[in-house]
Write a protein of this length. Structure first.
Length: 175
């Protein structure tokens, strides 16, 4: 008498976690996973699935005294999700990006300019059709209304102070 594998172990093929979403890996966005077709690539926005979407890259930079950290978030984004990602990544860069010498001169301005160009491409899109997409990235508060964004004024104000006080262009003989 032979028995099928299902009869021998009725619990062996069941997965109690089949209906749960996997935990995103470190560095993955905390918003929706978006829609993706492996054969044709992304379909709509990577976060909400809304259409139209544009393939863009947003960057954030964190300058530490000795080291630095780079972050990048790319993919197809609709106008609403792209604006939310722009605000978050640029907001982080404005207050965390200036704290090393190379970050001050090269990397933070590059990240901010890159984000401005990517935002320009996303803002040219029409808003996604209502009811045709999932949860969108929250836009959050505009950058000029975030108090931490004004930390970015410290380097130019400091440089201006040095120029006005004569450290760079003062009288070399002290007379």
């Amino acid at each position: 008498m032979s028995t099928s594998p299902q009869q021998q172990n009725p619990y062996g093929r069941q997965n109690p976690y089949a209906d749960q979403q996997p935990i995103p890996a470190q560095g993955q966005p905390r918003w929706g996973a978006g829609w993706h077709n492996p054969a044709t690539g992304p379909v709509g926005c990577r976060f909400c699935g809304g259409m139209p979407a544009e393939r863009v890259t947003f960057r954030a930079h964190q300058g530490l005294l000795i080291a630095m950290r780079f972050q990048k978030l790319d993919g197809s984004m609709c106008a609403a999700c792209g604006e939310g990602v722009y605000r978050e990544m640029s907001g982080k860069t404005l207050w965390q990006g200036w704290w090393s010498p190379f970050s001050l001169v090269f990397f933070t301005p590059f990240a901010l300019l890159s984000n401005l160009f990517a935002r320009r491409r996303v803002r040219a899109l029409q808003p996604p059709v209502p009811g045709q997409h999932g949860a969108q990235v929250p836009a959050g508060v505009p950058l000029h209304k975030r108090p931490l964004s004004y930390v970015a004024l410290i380097p130019p104000l400091w440089f201006g102070f040095l120029v006005i006080s004569g450290v760079f262009f003062g009288d070399p003989l002290g007379s």
